[in-house]
Design a protein around this ligand. Structure first.
Ligand SMILES: [Zn+2]
Ligand SMILES: [Zn+2]
Length: 484
């Protein structure tokens, strides 16, 4: 018999790590406990040394999909007598859950439930679990608990609450957990602001197939969507948005559905299908401009992405005729949607429902919206694969606020960034947190967005910067903010 204390650092909070340890320890017959604290996850296990060694290996080899272990330390501690089994302990007060993880695409287990007519979340647009769903964009403050997220207004029903409390359930402590009884709901509004009766997904798809432009509320903001294979719809969207030539990103049900339009390598496919779901720039084929006229004229690339919220998946599922088995998820489908950020006139992304109705009036023909607020704007990330590997063009949803390790620890620093394509950066110890893409600081709205992001990042990371770094141009908005 021996007892070990194991410290796990990295992205290990809010990703189902404690229930994972609980399950492994239970299977191995080890006693002890696990908890979250200010440094990550801490556990103690007691039992056969070989079994403990095996558990430590499995922590790496079988970690939950969204977990990332940066560091694991093991040290022997004295045996304890009175424990009866293995428990998940309450976090220590004031030190708990310091990590907020990025938003992640709907996981395979949730997709299986979403398309199962017998499941209680069949076609429920807000299905999620500890392996997927909204995180950063619903978090207002830490600790990362439901009252500190935009899910605070939706008390859990009895069935959801049972899942939330059960360490063996995939939804144990899944803060955005919801179902049709207790969670947010989806509604479609027309251009006059009237709520439409009937199934919002079916009605949205019908409008898209008729050539309409629909504003769709996503994770970090609204998209403007239209049928990418309808040149008139694409031209209409461009005209109304005032976007003449810049390429528009396209969403497909899966990589197979893009095969006729673009080429990809295995590395590009891995980026496309990863839980971060960035827009990936893919090489166009000779027929791309005839298949998708007006989407990406005059450039060699098409920006493509795969669905990342249940709402996106439901639109493609509807277009496929609501198949009941999962095979459709790998089959090629005709439907391709333009999904471009709803940021009229280059201003920050629209996030509130009222704001969407107002600012997208005259641009969208209909609004597919819901009552789960977005805590902070966050655009789609854009990536490409070049000779050096995967590279960011825009780092935002799916990656923010993932920490970037620094070689040395230092005082907490806020760097306010430049005028064009602005981002800000906060450091804590030996970690750097680069904000989502903010954009050019040429208008009052984008400067407001800059202030909003800095305050939100300080709140969700619980950092009070000790120093501010800014450019010497005193007229830069970031410098002015720093001076204030
Ligand atoms: Zn899930
Ligand atoms: Zn519920």
């Amino acid at each position: 018999m021996m007892r070990e204390r194991i410290r796990v650092r990295g992205q290990v909070q809010g990703v189902g790590f404690r229930p994972f340890v609980y399950r492994l320890a239970g299977e191995a017959g080890l006693i002890g406990w696990v908890l979250n604290d200010g440094h990550g996850v801490l556990l103690e296990v007691q039992g056969d040394p070989a079994v403990i060694g095996k558990l430590a290996e499995r922590l790496f080899s079988e970690a939950p999909p969204l977990a990332r272990i940066d560091h694991l330390e093991r040290c022997p501690v004295p045996l304890q007598g009175e424990e009866g089994g293995f428990t998940i302990r309450e976090s220590e007060r004031g030190t708990a859950d310091t990590a907020v993880t990025p938003d992640a695409a709907t996981c395979p287990a949730c997709l299986a439930e979403l398309f199962d007519p017998a499941d209680r979340r069949y076609r429920y647009p807000f299905i999620n679990c500890t392996h997927c769903g909204p995180r950063y964009t619903i978090t207002r403050a830490i600790p990362y608990d439901r009252p500190n997220t935009t899910m605070a207004a939706f008390p859990l029903c009895e069935a959801c609450s049972r899942e939330y409390r059960d360490p063996l359930d995939r939804r144990f402590h899944a803060q955005p957990n919801a179902c049709p009884i207790c969670g947010p709901s989806l509604e479609l509004y027309d251009a006059a602001g009237y709520r439409q009766n009937g199934d919002p997904i079916a009605a949205t798809l019908a409008r898209l197939q008729r050539g309409e432009v629909v504003a769709i509320k996503g994770l970090g903001g609204f998209h403007l969507a239209c049928n990418a294979r309808d040149p008139e719809a694409v031209a209409r969207l461009r005209r109304r948005k005032g976007r003449d030539a810049k390429p528009l990103a396209v969403m497909a049900a899966n990589a197979e559905s893009l095969a006729g339009c673009v080429e990809w390598t295995e590395a590009e496919r891995a980026l496309l299908t990863g839980s971060e779901r960035p827009i990936v720039l893919l090489r166009k084929r000779s027929n791309t401009d005839s298949e998708l006229a007006g989407c990406a004229p005059g450039v060699g690339w098409l920006g493509a992405m795969l669905p990342y919220t249940p709402i996106h998946y439901l639109l493609f599922h509807e277009a496929a005729g609501r198949p009941v088995d999962g095979a459709w998820l790998q089959a090629p489908w005709e439907l391709l949607l333009v999904m471009t950020s709803a940021n009229p006139g280059g201003e920050p992304l629209v996030i509130d429902n009222d704001e969407a109705l107002r600012r997208l009036s005259g641009i969208a023909d209909a609004w597919l919206m819901h009552d789960r607020p977005i805590a902070v704007r966050c655009d789609d990330s854009v990536m490409r694969v070049d000779a050096g590997g995967a590279a960011f063009i825009r780092r935002a949803r799916g990656f923010t606020p993932q920490a970037i390790p620094l070689p040395h620890a230092g005082p907490s620093t806020l760097a306010v960034g430049g005028y064009f394509k602005n981002t800000v950066c906060l450091t804590r110890g030996s970690e750097a947190f680069v904000s989502q893409h903010i954009g050019d600081l040429d208008g009052a709205a984008s400067r407001g967005f800059l202030a909003e992001v800095m305050e939100h990042l300080c709140d969700v990371l619980r950092i009070r910067p000790e120093q501010v770094v800014h450019g010497r141009h005193g007229d830069l908005p970031g410098s002015q903010w720093a001076a204030d």
